[in-house]
Design a protein around this ligand. Sequence first.
Ligand code: CO
Ligand code: CO
Length: 360
Amino acid sequence: MKNIGKLRKLMSEKSLSALVVVPGPNMSYLTGSKFHLSERPVVLILEQERATFILPELESSKVSNLKTELITYNDETGPDSAFIEFSNKSRFTEVGIESRTIRHLELDLLQKTEISKGFVDAIDIFATLRMSKSNQEKKMMMNAVDIAQKSLESITDKIRPGVTEKEFASELVIQLLKNGSESELPFSPIVASGVNAANPHHFPVDKEFEKGDLIIIDWGANHEGYFSDITRTFAIGNDIDARLLKAYKAVKDANSSARKLAKSGVEAGALDKAAREVIDKAGFGEYFTHRTGHGLGLEIHEEPYIKPNNEFVLENGMTFTIEPGIYIPDLGGIRIEDDIYLDDEEAISLTSLPRELIFL
Ligand code: CO
Ligand code: CO
């Protein structure tokens, strides 16, 4: 299992005798195999000396190559018997869980079979484990960025009056899949034009692109489970509201200011501050309504968070977005999002699409 030694060390530092992992990014990271959170529970119980999978018989071939013990169940017996079998061997007073992923289904089974009485959130352990990416992981992310960039570049001619947000979004999805993204995209592309761009999380609708619109496109690809997450803003025609043009420049400068500051040893909150200061100074502070960025990898949002006052110190190998934005109600919006990798104490932007406003 990947990095299992490091994980066990983190467990003992936190005096945790066991960790329970359910299907999701942490299980994929450790085992390299993918499970769905379905009505048939799958749990991996990690201890210092052993690792045990409790899972449906029909899924057991997925993990037979790992050095784990297997306790299986079928639809006739149901999972209870398998959890009881484990509980006859090991019981804990407290286990670490993934509070954002585990469900009542698994917690209830663990509790009623007395595998554990108590539960403690172990999200920070997994964050520490996964935050710094290996060279191999960095390559996966670079591929995810390349696929996403190529996909958008192949259809920029479709950013023109008369094309709807939904039409463009569907075209982008087709290109992402054609260019090699896994079919499970990190998220459905955001295409927000004109006044719709004033909503940072707008979902594409049937509105047509019109002259004078700024269009926010936020999209990403998935390469072997690793994600990219990019945003660019385009202009339709040359007649763009002067306030939006001023806001665009502020966002571009804020993005650049945060990227320039990014390196190992700097607090995440300092990057947020750098971006926010530029936007404040330009007079748009109240319209920058979200954090500057988030960690990126097997999850679209993971640690470290580039948010106000975050004292977390960035380290080599970390990957995160820098994505300042300005959203002016009833007028429009702008966001420029890059994917950053900290390498040898400097920040490398994995994303390379132009940040200048492109008038189409
Ligand atoms: Co994004
Ligand atoms: Co993002």
